[in-house]
Design a protein around this ligand. Structure first.
Ligand SMILES: Cc1cc2nc3c(=O)[nH]c(=O)nc-3n(C[C@H](O)[C@H](O)[C@H](O)COP(=O)(O)OP(=O)(O)OC[C@H]3O[C@@H](n4cnc5c(N)ncnc54)[C@H](O)[C@@H]3O)c2cc1C
Ligand code: FES
Length: 347
C-alpha cells in the first residue's frame, strides 16, 4: 500500500462559529495548491497531539473548490472528545498542522441536478461545500434541510442567509430546531421531503438523525443508490504514525486468488487479486488512483459497488446492512470469495 503523503499546512485564521464550533482556515503555499485541489464534500485528515502521543481525525472541508480561496474545516466540540477539543482550544493563527491530502467520496458527480441536502449539527460542513459548489459552479437547485439542537447551535447561519438572498430561485433552506420543533422523526421528515422533487440526496449528521432521514427516504421510495451518506466516526488508527498498523492484521480465512474487473471514470481494467490482499492494496499496487483514507473500515472513503461476485470485509464499522444489500463494499477491507469480482466506482 502506498504511504500517504504528509503535508504541513499553516493556519491562516480561526473563526468562532458558535459557542462550541470553530472553523480553522488553512493558507496554502503555491507549491501545495495542486496536491490540495479537492471536490466538494471531501475531507482532510489532521494529525493532533494527544497525551504525549498523537491521534488522526478527519474533518470535512466546508469551503468550496474554485469559490473559496482557502481551505476551511469546521470542528464541533465533542464531550470529552480528544481531537475536537484540542483543535478548538489550540488551533491558532500561524500554527502549522500536519495534514493528509483531501479524500472522500461524499461528492456529487455533477452539479446540475436537483439536490436535497440533509444536515444535522456539524454535518453541515461537507453539505455546505456541496451547496456552494452547486450554486456557484453548477446550474442545479438545492433544498437544504438543516437540523440543530437550538437556534444558537446553527453553524453558517449568516452565510446561508447571504446565499438565500443571492439565489432565491435555486436555494431553499428548512431549519429544524429541536428545542422548538421536537426531535425529528421519520414520519415528520417524510412529510417534509415528499413536498419536494429531487434527483440526488446527501445526508450527514449524528447517527440517529441519519437513520430517521434514511427511513423517511425509504418510505417515499427514493432510490438508495441516489442517497449519499457521510458518517463522522473517529479513526482508531493513526495513518501519520504507522501506515502498516492502519491496514489491520486480523487473520481471516485466506480465500482464493481471484480476478477483479474495475469500472472507474468510464474505463474498465482487470487485475489479478491474490487471496490474501485487500482490494484497495491490489488497486493501488496496480497504479490505480483508488479513493481511500483510514484504511481501517471506519470512514467509507474507499467504498464502491460490487456488481458481480462476492467479497468478505475484514472490518466494517461504517456500512449498514442496507448498504451491503445495495452492493456497497469497502475496498480497504475486502478479500475475494469468488473467482471473479466486478466492482464499479461509477454506478
Ligand atoms: C469523513 C469524516 C468527516 C468528518 N468531518 C467532521 C467535521 O466536519 N466536523 C466535525 O466536528 N467532525 C467531523 N468528523 C468527526 C471527527 O473526525 C471526530 O470523530 C470528532 O471530532 C470527535 O473526535 P474527538 O477526538 O474529539 O473525540 P474522541 O476522543 O474520538 O471521542 C468520541 C467520543 O467517544 C468518547 N470516548 C473517547 N475515548 C473513550 C474511551 N476510552 N472510552 C469510552 N469513551 C470514550 C468521548 O467521550 C466522546 O464522546 C468527521 C469524521 C469523518 C470520518
Ligand atoms: S478507507 Fe476508510 S473505510 Fe476504507
Amino acid at each position: 500500500m502506498t504511504a500517504p503523503t504528509i503535508h504541513r499546512l499553516r493556519v491562516a485564521e480561526v473563526i468562532e462559529e458558535t459557542a462550541d464550533a470553530r472553523s480553522v482556515v488553512f493558507a496554502l503555499e503555491p507549491h501545495q495548491k495542486e496536491r490540495f485541489s479537492y471536490k466538494p464534500g471531501q475531507f482532510l485528515t489532521l494529525h493532533i497531539p494527544h497525551d504525549g502521543a498523537s491521534l488522526a481525525r478527519c474533518y470535512s472541508l466546508a469551503s468550496a473548490p474554485d469559490i473559496d480561496s482557502a481551505l476551511k474545516i469546521t470542528v464541533k466540540r465533542v464531550d470529552r472528545g480528544r481531537g475536537s477539543n484540542w483543535l478548538c482550544d489550540h488551533a491558532q493563527t500561524g500554527a502549522e498542522i500536519e495534514v493528509l491530502e483531501p479524500s472522500g467520496v461524499f461528492t456529487p458527480k455533477a452539479l446540475d441536478r436537483k439536490f436535497l441536502l440533509i444536515a444535522g449539527g456539524s454535518g453541515i460542513t461537507p453539505v455546505m461545500s456541496i451547496l456552494k459548489s452547486v450554486l456557484g459552479r453548477g446550474t442545479g437547485d438545492v433544498v437544504l434541510f438543516y437540523a440543530n439542537r437550538d437556534e444558537d447551535s446553527v453553524i453558517f447561519r449568516a452565510e446561508l442567509l447571504e446565499l438565500l438572498a443571492r439565489h432565491p430561485d435555486r436555494l431553499s433552506v428548512a431549519h429544524w430546531i429541536e428545542s422548538t420543533d421536537g426531535l425529528p422523526t421519520s414520519d415528520r421528515l417524510r412529510e417534509h421531503f415528499s413536498a419536494f422533487h429531487f434527483d440526488e440526496v446527501f445526508v450527514c449528521g449524528p447517527g440517529p438523525f441519519m437513520n430517521c432521514a434514511r427511513d423517511a427516504l425509504r418510505a417515499i421510495h427514493f432510490p438508495r443508490e441516489r442517497v449519499h451518506i457521510e458518517r463522522f466516526n473517529s479513526l482508531g488508527s493513526n495513518p501519520f504514525e504507522s501506515v502498516l498498523a492502519a491496514r489491520g492484521t486480523d487473520p481471516v480465512a485466506v480465500p482464493r486468488a481471484s480476478t477483479v474487473v474495475v469500472e472507474k471514470d468510464g474505463a474498465t481494467q482487470t487485475f489479478s487479486w491474490p487471496g490474501d490482499q485487500r482490494l484497495l492494496d491490489v488497486l493501488t499496487t496496480n497504479g490505480m488512483k483508488a479513493p481511500s483514507s483510514c484504511s481501517e473500515g471506519v470512514c467509507a472513503a474507499c467504498e464502491c459497488r460490487l456488481t458481480e461476485g462476492r467479497v468478505e470485509m475484514v472490518n466494517n464499522q461504517v456500512l449498514e446492512d442496507e448498504d451491503i444489500e445495495a452492493g456497497y463494499i469497502l475496498t480497504c477491507q475486502a478479500l475475494p470469495l469468488t473467482d471473479t469480482v466486478r466492482i464499479s466506482y461509477d454506478s
